[in-house]
Design a protein. Structure first.
Length: 161
């Protein structure tokens, strides 16, 4: 990951071939990625530096209500696919929630719903592990847990200040 604020590279493990080629092309032109991101952000009216800690609350509700009844209602889908609940409007255009969540709908402009989660495993247990750790569960390795990764990130941020 590239840190715009510190001009440091934290990890290349998540970069794909296209991203590496794009970065290589920028450096050939005399630009580096942090400078390009700062220029893009200042053109958009930003300051070029993060505004402080970002809060994230992850609701990972194993055994909880179905996503089809809460956040992904599919009201236009056939009856055998869509949930039983009716959608209610929120403060965010295009975002509808299940009718049992009026308080969530009232503050929908203050949170994000991520619908792009994907796992290569057809089973929930292995898929959950993959999404929470970034590693497929194959028995050959013991990747760090979600809490360990957060603790490591906090330590890195503390060292930067």
């Amino acid at each position: 990951m590239f840190s715009v604020a510190t001009n440091q590279i934290e990890s290349f493990s998540n970069l794909g071939r296209r991203e590496l080629l794009r970065i290589g092309g920028l450096t050939a032109l005399g630009l580096n990625l942090p400078e390009a991101l700062r220029a893009q952000q200042s053109a958009a009216g930003g300051t070029g530096s993060p505004g402080g800690p970002v809060n994230c609350i992850l609701l990972w509700m194993l055994g909880g209500p179905s996503h089809i009844d809460m956040y992904d209602l599919k009201p236009l889908a056939p009856a055998e696919i869509r949930g039983e609940l009716s959608p209610i409007v929120t403060r965010v255009p295009g975002l509808e929630l299940g009718e049992l969540m009026p308080n969530m709908a009232a503050c929908a402009d203050k949170f994000s719903v991520i619908r792009s989660m994907h796992s290569y495993s057809p089973t929930h247990g292995k898929g959950d592990h993959h999404l929470m750790s970034g590693n497929r569960l194959d028995g050959n390795m013991a990747p760090p847990g979600f809490g360990a990764m957060l603790a490591w990130q906090q330590e890195q941020r503390a060292r930067q200040t």
